[in-house]
Each structure stands twice: as C-alpha cells, then as structure tokens.
Design a protein around this ligand. Structure first.
Ligand SMILES: C=C1C[C@]23C[C@@]1(O)CC[C@H]2[C@@]12CC[C@H](O)[C@@](C)(C(=O)O1)[C@H]2[C@@H]3C(=O)O
Ligand SMILES: O=C(O)CCC(=O)C(=O)O
Ligand SMILES: [Fe+2]
Length: 332
C-alpha cells in the first residue's frame, strides 16, 4: 500500500460505534473434535454465541502453510500485478473497497469462487495458486461438513447430512477469501484520540457456516448478546467457526449468526483465510420441518439462496439482512 495522508486514513475510522478497546475474551467456546463431548459443546456454542474455536481438527499443517506462503507472495507483489487480478466483480483482488455498496476497510483481499476455478486465471501463476487453494478448501470443507453432521446428531435431526449435503452438492455456492490487513504506521498519531482503524466492518456472514483461520495477529472481534465487542485471541493452529445467517434460519433461530468485525492492527500485518460454505443457488432456505414439528412457530419466511444472496449483495456490511425475511421481528 502507498503512504496515505491523515485525512485519507480518517475514512477508515469506525463511524458507527465509539472507539473501543475491546477486551480480549479468553472464554471463547473451545471444541476439541477428538473428544466425546464435542457434539454437545459445539451445539451449545452455536446457541450461546454462534462462534467457537476448533482444535484437533486434523487439517494438515502443510496445506495451511503452503497457502499462507502463496498468499504472502501475492500480497507482497507489486501493486500493478495485484491489480491484474482485480477488480472484484465480485471475484478477484480488492483493495480497501468491500462489496458494491460503499463499504471501506483497511484491507486487501482475494475473493474466489470455489465452485468454478475459472476466476483464478486472473492471478499470476494460477496453476500454483489453484493447487494450494484446492487442497486447503477441500480439507476445510470436509471439516465443515463433519462439524455440520455433529450438529445434526446432537439436535437429533435426520438425515445427519441435512446441512452438510448443501456444501457437498456440486452446485454449492461456496466462496473462499484471503484477507490481508497491512500495518498502518501513519495512524499512531490519530490513535491518541482513541481512534480505531476498521479493517473489515461489522457484519454477519450470509452463508451456512464460515471456517476462519488467521495468523497470530489479533484483530478479529465478536459481538456478545449484550452488544459489547470482545477481541478473539488469535491462534494460528486452530480454526474459528461462525454460524451464518442461513444456518440461523434453518435452525429457526436456535443457532445465532454472529456479528463480527476486524480492527486493523496498526503495527503488524494480519492475514486470514475464510471458507464460506453456502448452499446451491436454487436451494430453499427455511426452518427445518423436523424442528417445527416440535411445536415451534416458523420465525422466517422461506427464500431461495439466490434471493437471499441478491438481497445481501445489494446491502452494506452492517445491514440486518435477515430482517426482510423475519415473520415476527420482535421475537428474535
Ligand atoms: C458489503 C458487502 C460485502 C459482502 C457483500 C455485501 O453486500 C454484504 C455481505 C458481504 C459479505 C460478508 C461475508 C463474506 O466476506 C462475503 C464474501 C459474503 O458472502 O458476504 C462478503 C461480501 C463481499 O465481500 O462481496
Ligand atoms: O479477516 C477476518 O478475520 C474476518 C473477515 C470476515 O469476517 C469476512 O471476510 O467475512
Ligand atoms: Fe465475516
């Protein structure tokens, strides 16, 4: 990134909420996938937070390291090379501008379509990149499916692939993103006023499940039920799982899609990679009939993922996207 003036940088300061010093939150739910209580703990975490950390995940470290090193090469290449992989329409390289509706963040990113690798050819040496992304995404998708099946078991839902089949479907509309948050030394002056540089503004993820891995730089924050923000202690050897809006709907609001954001670290860069597991475009998203048989009212109108995605992608990051599909907004 080129050096920017203070006034240019000011547009990245948080506008919607007072500057915060979100406390590090050591009580992030922790699920050890190799332990017998994993099913119970992950369902509890989805109900209480919509977020948890996973250890003993079985994803080979070499997949993670290779991808991190390819991505580091990419983000440290000359701006003109990176820009050849952009603009994000919606896939490709993006710089500071997120989505199409005016959101900005102190971030560079690569957004890739998992279903159809064709967009990789914007990137220089696509063959190297394609190979490492595929290995990584396949492994992470399998872990996401295992977690979704553990959820179904714990909720006594049948078949147990009721959620995971959506990610396994050849037409699954899943997305992969690598975010690079450069340091911003120019901001230290303004920090005296208690400012915070926004890396990625607050939002919920629209899909079913998101699997996030970052390096050991802090920055990710989650919003608790009382509206306070807490900082997630980074852990490069673990994965963090987010419940997405679609899973909130399918569980009729039992699982919460978590509001999260990234505050840029002004001194250190941060890199994260996120797999967003989504359903096929024509899939109908609605509370599962077997949950409604248990005498619950459906809280949501049915929609297809295509409809939800269209509406989501015309909204800004912080918009409450599910509001449009709620039947009784006061109940949620
Ligand atoms: C402002 C936007 C960026 C986003 C599309 C949207 O209009 C609203 C949802 C955003 C989000 C958040 C989670 C993922 O990072 C993402 C790829 C997604 O599916 O929804 C982004 C979208 C994006 O960056 O294009
Ligand atoms: O970079 C991160 O840690 C999170 C980014 C994020 O929430 C997203 O890309 O949807
Ligand atoms: Fe997100």
């Amino acid at each position: 990134m080129v050096a920017l003036s203070k006034s240019t940088i000011e547009q990245f300061f948080m506008k919607t909420c007072k500057p915060v010093n979100a406390l590090a939150f050591p009580q992030i739910p922790l699920v050890d996938l190799s332990k017998p209580d994993a099913n119970h703990l992950l369902v509890k975490a989805c109900q209480d937070f919509g977020f948890f950390k996973v250890v003993n995940h079985g994803i080979p470290l070499k997949f993670i390291n290779k991808l991190e090193s390819e991505a580091t090469n990419f983000f440290s290449s000359p701006q003109s090379i990176k820009e050849k992989a952009g603009p994000p329409d919606p896939f490709g390289y993006g710089n500071k501008s997120i989505g199409r509706n005016g959101d900005v963040g102190w971030v560079e990113y690569l957004l890739l379509d998992v279903k159809n690798g064709s967009n990789y050819d914007k990137i220089q040496h696509p063959e190297d990149f394609l190979c490492v992304v595929d290995d990584y995404v396949t492994a992470v998708k399998n872990m996401a499916c295992e977690i979704l099946e553990m959820m179904a078991d714990e909720l006594e839902l049948e078949p147990r692939n009721v959620f995971s089949k959506l990610l396994m479907d050849e037409q699954s509309d899943s997305v992969f993103r690598v975010n690079y948050y450069p340091p911003c030394p120019e901001v230290e002056e303004s920090e005296k006023d208690g400012g915070n540089l926004i890396g990625f503004g607050e939002h919920t993820d629209p899909q079913i499940i998101s699997v996030l891995r970052s390096d050991n730089t802090s920055g990710l924050e989650i919003s608790l039920r009382d509206g306070s923000w807490v900082s997630v202690p980074p852990d490069s050897e673990s994965f963090f799982i987010n419940v997405g809006d679609s899973l909130q709907v399918m569980t009729n609001g039992r699982f919460k899609s978590i509001k999260h954001r990234v505050v840029a670290n002004t001194k250190k860069s941060r890199m994260s990679m996120i797999y967003f597991g989504g359903p096929p475009l024509n899939e109908k998203i609605a509370p599962l009939a077997s949950l409604l048989e248990r005498e619950e009212d459906s809280l949501y109108k049915e929609f297809t993922w295509f409809e939800y995605k269209n509406s989501a992608f015309t909204s800004t990051l912080s918009h409450n996207r599910l509001g449009l599909f709620e039947k009784f907004s006061s109940k949620i």
